[in-house]
Design a protein around this ligand. Sequence first.
Ligand code: B1M
Length: 212
Amino acid sequence: MEILREIANSVIAGNKKRVQELVNKALEENISLEEIINDGLLAGMGVIGERFKRNEIFVPEVLVSARAMQAGMDILRPLIVNSKGIIKGKIVIGTVKGDLHDIGKNLVSMMLEGAGYEIIDLGIDVSPEKFVEAIKEHNPDIVGMSALLTTTMPQMKVTIDTLKKEGLRDRVKVIVGGAPVTPEFAREIGADGYAKDASEAVELVNSIISKK
Ligand code: B1M
């Protein structure tokens, strides 16, 4: 669809205002939220990822595109509503210490919120101590950790070990995700679940909560 291609191109160009205009236009044309996210915003970010990998572009350009993508997601967030209005559970989520990537974590949070969960988003660069504090303060059912760097993945284990030390591990289920994370890694570090993307994260959380 032409408009979705235009959204992707505007993310690539880092044109925040144009992304917002086009997302609004796509909504007026009754294009589904899923298509706008997957075939528009994420398609654009995918191209940026490839170019970044090939050293054709650098951090500043990636950041500008990331902001443009986020601006599009900001419009969609209120529309991914929890139609039943029932809170099914509470989730503390964050990107682990040393890691500043938050687009995927925000998308996961948005979908979980839409699926009926209360989200306490601790943001990026979240230390194990901050996860501990949040668990003590909010008493969540689930703790979700996101990591996008191979160098920050070990922080997931450090956080789980810290929860054990603090006697909190049995109080929460821990789920992990992010591009370099695998189901094997999740098992190795003692997490309770892994999801490869936002829709899988919703399925995973639903299954954990239904077993509680
Ligand atoms: Co960075 N970066 N980055 N970056 N960046 C990657 C991750 C990289 C793969 C690019 C590359 O070289 N090919 C590479 C990592 C290599 C590695 O470790 N193996 C990399 C690097 C090297 C770096 C820097 C070190 C670059 C530098 O400074 N030289 C630096 C590190 C900064 C830091 O964190 N300390 C850096 C910086 C940045 C920016 C700040 C410029 C920007 C982030 C902006 C932001 O997030 N606000 C950025 C971006 C945008 C990327 C790429 C291009 C895109 C990531 C993204 O947003 N994808 C990325 C390349 C790539 O992934 N192809 C790259 C879209 C997003 C929707 O997908 O995050 O995978 P994703 O989330 C998915 C799933 O993974 C899953 O669901 C999401 C939705 O479907 N998921 C979960 C995520 N979290 C989950 C949690 C769950 C469950 C599922 O449960 C709790």
